[in-house]
Design a protein around this ligand. Structure first.
Ligand SMILES: CC(C)(COP(=O)(O)OP(=O)(O)OC[C@H]1O[C@@H](n2cnc3c(N)ncnc32)[C@H](O)[C@@H]1OP(=O)(O)O)[C@@H](O)C(=O)NCCC(=O)NCCS
Length: 142
């Protein structure tokens, strides 16, 4: 299994889009649309791969020179709860720290709250509804 960064021009990005559509959007009765992917050429994309096959992916949007927003985190369902999510985020955090990032923020699905807490993220404020499901703002200082 390898960790690597990819761009929107790479084949890996098309595979990430399929993973996101199938496992983040379709279960909600939604389809990934142009609004979801707008500006992604300016964002950072990371994945775990088995050869050319994508196993997990996550993207980061720059908020300012010290803060990034984590988005679109998903692990292939057949591999969930086997440490891939933790490995992907740990590798991504290390890469972002080297670029000068000091804080990561995200809108976490309430169902994933415990996962992020185990990785050192903390919930802030009231929950809210996004794409029809409960979310929480969370953050972590690197
Ligand atoms: C949430 C998700 C990214 C976690 O990735 P994962 O590879 O399954 O998580 P890991 O195996 O690395 O788990 C790391 C730790 O978090 C725990 N954990 C993972 N998912 C959890 C969950 N949903 N609830 C409670 N704990 C969870 C694991 O048990 C593990 O704990 P441990 O270190 O004490 O053993 C993955 O399950 C997923 O893609 N879910 C569907 C999409 C989704 O909800 N994405 C997040 C959108 S905000």
């Amino acid at each position: 299994m390898t960790f690597r960064q990819f761009s929107t021009r790479d084949e890996a990005y098309s595979m990430a889009i399929q993973l996101r559509d199938a496992h983040l959007r379709a279960p909600l009765g939604l389809k990934l649309n142009e609004l979801d992917t707008a500006g992604e050429d300016q964002q950072l994309h990371f994945g775990l791969f088995d050869g050319q096959r994508i196993l997990a992916c996550v993207s980061f949007k720059q908020l300012d020179d010290k803060r990034m927003k984590l988005r679109q985190m998903v692990v292939d369902p057949s591999l969930q709860r086997s440490g891939l999510g933790r490995t992907l985020i740990a590798n991504a955090e290390e890469t972002l720290m080297k670029r000068g990032c000091l804080e990561i923020t995200l809108s976490a699905r309430a169902s994933a709250r415990a996962f992020y807490e185990k990785l050192g993220y903390r919930a802030i404020g009231e929950s809210f509804v996004e794409v029809g499901i409960e979310h929480l703002k969370m953050d972590k200082s690197l």
